[in-house]
Design a protein around this ligand. Structure first.
Ligand code: MN3
Ligand code: MN3
Length: 322
């Protein structure tokens, strides 16, 4: 027998501020893609001229959620020192697996097997998609035991992935769904987005707790590292957006939405925003803010989702007066 002493998780007292809050909120909004009637989108899908863009957008998201399942939350959970935080990350990881699977559910409903096979080949060949997956995964894979710096960097990368890089993909289903087109697929995306907003806030919050224990010099060094990573990812994201959205003419609007979310990612991590405020497409913003009646994304699990039991999420839900 080795001389390691194994400690058990004790939820009877709080060892990490807000771990219980994030735990409760995430479980309250559990959902499964099969509960959404994506088959109701088939009719509109058949005559849709930008199927190629739509498929690629979802394929890109599939890769990012796969990385987040298998590497991201997995490794952050493994190396986080607090057991309650480990439990929260492990649970988030299960949701990432649901996300990654949900795109396949849309594909299998709307596409032929040949199309799906071609799409998963495209994922392996798209240089911009591979670039961002590699950038993020490399930071995840560099976490070392008892090393808060590498753990913080991984959490920073995770917030960049979930609060920023996903949004070039989320844009299109939200944009179309908000206009009543492919609404059920959009509903799945809105459920994923609702999870990501918890993840971005939670991982950002835990990262801030690590960050405040660093020396001022270390904080400055890490901030510089963070902004450099963000800019690197941002430049790639602009190219990715142009590539994937080329035939739709939507690239400028997607880019504005990406910048808006890059700022949100920076706020989640506790840094100042970087991009000037600009107008974001109101249809897409409507999906996020749950305003108006065009498409009520967050009032329940979705308009075809019967098991609604969750409080609507607003911008204030995760305002903890930080
Ligand atoms: Mn996800
Ligand atoms: Mn997530």
């Amino acid at each position: 027998m080795s001389n390691i002493t194994y400690e058990a998780i004790n939820w009877n007292k709080s060892t990490s501020e807000l771990a219980q809050v994030f735990w409760d909120q995430q479980w309250k909004q559990i959902w499964f893609p099969e509960e959404i009637a994506v088959s109701k989108d088939i009719k509109q899908w058949k005559g849709f001229e930008h199927q190629d863009t739509y498929k690629k957008v979802l394929a890109g998201l599939t890769l990012l959620d796969t990385v987040q399942t298998n590497i991201g939350m997995n490794r952050v959970a493994a190396f986080a020192p607090d057991m309650q935080e480990k439990a929260v990350f492990t649970m988030f990881d299960a949701f990432e697996a649901i996300h990654a699977k949900s795109y396949s559910y849309i594909f299998t409903t709307l596409c032929t097997n040949e199309e799906i096979d071609a799409l998963f080949e495209w994922i392996k060949k798209n240089e911009f998609l591979q670039y961002k997956a590699d950038k993020i995964a490399t930071v995840y894979n560099a976490i070392e035991e008892d090393d808060p710096e590498s753990l913080w960097k991984a959490m920073f990368a995770s917030v960049m992935l979930e609060s920023f890089l996903f949004y070039s993909g989320f844009f299109y289903p939200l944009y179309l769904g908000g206009q009543g087109f492919l609404r059920n697929s959009a509903e799945i995306i809105s459920l994923i987005l609702r999870d990501e907003s918890i993840h971005g806030v939670a991982v950002g919050f835990f990262a801030q707790n690590i960050y405040k224990n660093f020396s001022t010099e270390k904080q400055e060094e890490l901030k510089l590292w963070g902004f450099e990573l963000l800019l690197d990812l941002y430049q790639n994201e602009m190219k990715y957006t142009e590539d994937v959205y080329a035939e739709t003419g939507l690239s400028p609007e997607v880019k504005a939405y990406v910048r808006y979310n890059a700022n949100k990612a920076l706020m989640n991590i506790g840094f100042e925003t970087m991009f000037p405020e600009e107008e974001v497409n109101p249809i897409v913003m409507n999906g996020i803010r749950n305003e108006g009646s065009t498409y009520d994304f967050f009032s329940q699990k979705g308009s075809t989702y019967a098991k609604a039991k969750v409080e609507p999420i607003t911008d204030d839900t995760f305002n903890f007066n930080r």
